[in-house]
Design a protein around this ligand. Structure first.
Ligand code: SF4
Ligand code: SF4
Length: 480
């Protein structure tokens, strides 16, 4: 190892290569013991600015999660993903199977967004926005700390024989976990079937909604199993996004990283002037707070969810020993290897601009999307009919899909040229909520308005006097 000055701490440190670090951590996952059994991760509660920020954000997320299905925009749920009927409501806009193009573009945008975002900023979504982490770390873990105490007390409780204290705490925790899982399952189900259907399942006899009751029970048990038993394994093993990190991240990706150049060689105890020891005092506080049980000093690992708990823990240790903060920080491997401060590079700017463009494109696509789909076709095998002495008519079929939760009544008008519509069977077309309707109608044009044998004619679809769509079709006739 080659000793060199650390400009931040004025201590003499040893520069090492990543390959020189102990690699034995790769032998098994932190959640597995040497014997192949489950190694229960008892994480300590972090304290610091990052944890405070995550706590504030999580309050916002949790409020959003529980309130979104109840929020109505234009009478539609703010968010509903009804996979059973293939119907989605996003920000009050209803998407049907007919919207598969928007859905396809949205999915591609989403995948590219995730890919580029992860390439630049790493797995920050997992620690800061993923519902699994938010619920696990900000609610269930806090309940566990509150009932069973800190990790030392939890281990002690686990090891002690069953007595009244252990029974009360263990049963209390699992009852709280199950009750919360039940509440989450109800909300989750309302994202699929809607709040009205959920209230019916809750308020009416089980026999009338047996399927819904089974779904509710299934989701409750699934959430309970995840938060009470699976926990960090969801992030480290099950989550496909987590598994993708290995192919998305590169040396320029900003991740939660340990500055091994500054920290190594790690040595316990106080530093003396001119010591070759690095800034890491090997206190293992960063490991103690890690919810996935990893040691970030081993480098970037798939198990890291970028929760920043280790940053807070290490910063408070650095404060206590009088060294600069940031031994663990958001940084890329390149920044740490080359000892450069964080810089928003041209590559990041380029990718961020691409992300912005993609998202803007999708927003435009959504904003210009119609709640009503109209198809108008001229009746097959029909030419034209004489109407009186001065007009001709063509026969058309119309199909209208109403994507909203309200019944829509429309009327048709001929646009730009004089003419009228003769709707077969009435003046207005009524389309039921979330349904479709068909009708047949004549377009009648005065002969003076017909300039060619086959001309375009524009038809306006009006709702409450306001034009909601314009459809162009052809009109057959003759020129005198
Ligand atoms: S290594 Fe740090 S950022 Fe990664 S999961 Fe553990 S505590 Fe969170
Ligand atoms: S908290 Fe900081 S000083 Fe302590 S072991 Fe981790 S990296 Fe080293």
């Amino acid at each position: 190892m080659e000793a060199e000055a650390n400009p931040k701490s004025t201590k003499s440190v040893a520069k090492i290569s990543f390959e020189q670090l102990d690699q034995s951590f790769r032998d098994r996952m932190p959640s597995v013991t040497k014997e192949g059994k489950r190694n229960w991760i008892h994480a300590w509660q972090p304290h610091g600015k990052w944890y405070k920020m995550r706590s504030v954000l999580s309050v916002f997320y949790v409020l959003l999660f529980f309130s979104l299905p109840f929020i109505r925009i234009k009478g539609n749920p703010a968010l509903q993903i009804n996979v059973v009927e293939g119907k989605f409501s996003i920000l009050g806009m209803i998407f049907w199977p007919q919207d598969f193009i928007i859905f396809g573009v949205g999915m591609v945008t989403f995948v590219v967004f995730i890919y580029l975002f992860t390439m630049i900023y790493g797995r920050v979504f997992c620690g800061w926005a993923c519902p699994q982490t938010i619920f696990m770390e900000m609610i269930f873990r806090r309940i566990e700390w509150w009932i069973e105490g800190n990790p030392n007390e939890q281990k002690k409780l686990k090891a002690q024989p069953w007595n009244a204290e252990k029974a009360v705490k263990k049963i209390g925790k699992h009852v709280a976990f199950f009750a919360l899982s039940f509440v989450i399952a109800n909300t989750f189900l309302s994202y699929i079937i809607g709040t009205d259907a959920l209230f019916q399942i809750i308020s009416e006899p089980v026999s009338q909604h047996f399927g819904g009751f089974v779904a509710l029970l299934f989701f409750t048990l699934a959430f309970y199993a995840v938060y009470a038993f699976a926990r960090e394994i969801v992030c480290t093993v099950w989550c496909p996004y987590g598994r993708l990190q290995g192919v998305i991240l590169d040396k320029n990706t900003v991740v939660v990283a340990y500055d091994y150049n500054r920290g190594e060689p790690r040595v316990k105890g106080k530093r003396t002037e001119g010591s070759a020891a690095g800034d890491c005092i090997d206190c293992k506080q960063c490991v103690a707070v890690c919810p996935t049980g990893i040691d970030i000093r081993n480098g970037t690992q798939l198990e890291c969810v970028n929760c920043t708990a280790c940053i807070d823990a290490c910063n408070s240790v650095m404060d206590k020993v009088g060294l600069d903060r940031g031994l663990i920080r958001f940084a890329s491997e390149t920044q740490i290897a080359e000892k450069k401060p964080f810089r928003f590079t041209g590559r990041m700017k380029g990718y961020s601009a691409a992300l912005l463009l993609l998202v803007s494109g999708l927003v435009v696509l959504l904003a210009t999307r119609n709640d009503v789909d109209v198809t108008i076709l001229r009746a097959r095998g029909q030419l034209f009919q004489e109407v009186g002495a001065d007009s001709l008519s063509n026969l058309y079929h119309m199909n209208m899909v109403n994507k909203t939760h309200q019944q829509i009544t429309v009327e048709l008008r001929v646009e730009e040229v004089p003419g009228r519509i003769n709707l077969v069977g009435g003046h207005q077309l009524v389309t039921p909520a979330e349904g479709q309707a068909e009708t047949t109608f004549f377009v009648v044009l005065p002969k003076t308005a017909i300039k060619r044998r086959d001309s375009d004619v524009k038809l306006g679809i009006y709702q409450n006097g306001k034009r909601i769509r314009t459809v162009k079709t052809s009109f057959l006739g003759y020129v005198e």
